[in-house]
Design a protein around this ligand. Structure first.
Ligand code: ATP
Length: 269
């Protein structure tokens, strides 16, 4: 195994992700209603919308947790709808979850090593036998530096601060070198100063990658995103630059007006 195997293979079509007429029904309820969306390589996209609009469902569809009821999803030009989450992961799309997804009794380093080994196809139970793998250790050190947890290398994950745990979660998500990264509310529960530091970290670790993030904090959205996708009642109401979305009358009316007003009142946007 060499370092090359730790990075996902890349074809290089311009579009990282395409959704074509994607719908999702749960029973009789149509939750996602015909979404078309094209995300270009290297774009940072924030998905926003009211509670229950379908943002997490959209992430679940893209990452393979649910199959769409109709429509197509393409990753780097290749159909991925109908594939299992780990198959999509192996094709270069990684997702983090709203709920912290780490092994609390393992150290930071062990968590990252598990993630790297898993990305290479090893089972968790094997990691103890593989401590000597040079490339894996090198990748773990690289990740520790990226998420700024070198000094916490041997700390049990359960003893990290909340913000550190979320940084570790990002490290786990990017461990396999995915080119497309989905982050579900990465700054949820953080203080304002933690959020500011965390956004800088997200910017750094996703440099050159395609990022989709679900986000409620408008300060984060307008500070991080190249483009904003506004989802309202399962439809894509707008997909444009932050400036264009901010001044879009339909978005103002349906969603953003009240949210930005609230954020401005709290000094966040
Ligand atoms: N597995 C499921 N079965 C049935 N209904 C579901 C399922 N998952 C989501 N829904 C419904 O789909 C709708 C959209 O939910 P979703 O979690 O995608 O919204 P959201 O925009 O992410 O909301 P929030 O911002 O509150 O997280 C909700 O009405 C929810 O109850």
């Amino acid at each position: 195994m060499n370092t090359m195997t730790l990075a996902m293979k890349s074809a290089s079509p311009e579009n990282a992700l395409e959704l074509r007429g994607v719908t999702k029904r749960f029973g009789k309820s149509e939750i996602i209603r015909g979404i078309d969306l094209t995300v270009r390589r290297g774009e940072r996209v924030a998905v926003i919308g009211p509670n229950g609009a379908g943002k997490s469902t959209l992430f679940n569809l893209i990452s393979g947790r649910f199959g769409p009821s109709s429509g197509e999803i393409l990753l780097k030009g290749e159909r991925i709808d109908g594939l299992k989450p780990y198959e999509i992961y192996r094709k270069g799309l990684a997702r983090s979850f709203q709920i912290t997804n780490i092994f609390h009794r393992l150290s930071v380093m062990e968590n990252l090593r598990c993630a790297v080994l898993w990305s290479l196809g090893y089972r968790y139970t094997f990691w103890r036998f593989l401590v000597g793998l040079h490339d894996v250790n090198q990748r773990v050190d690289e990740l520790l530096a990226m998420i700024r947890l070198e000094k916490r290398r041997d700390t049990v994950a359960g003893n990290l601060t909340y913000a550190e745990q979320r940084a570790l979660e990002i490290g786990i998500t990017i461990a396999g070198g995915a080119e497309v990264v989905l982050l579900d509310e990465p700054t949820a529960g953080m203080s304002q100063s933690e959020t500011t530091r965390f956004i800088a970290l997200i910017r750094e670790v996703t440099e050159g990658k395609t990022l989709l993030t679900v986000e409620h904090d408008m300060g984060v959205v307008f500070g991080l995103a190249d483009k904003i996708a506004v989802v309202v009642y399962g439809e894509l109401l707008a997909f444009d630059t932050p400036e264009a979305v901010r001044s879009n009358a339909r978005v103002q009316e349906a969603y953003l007006g009240s949210v930005v007003a609230d954020a401005q009142a709290e000094g966040r946007a």
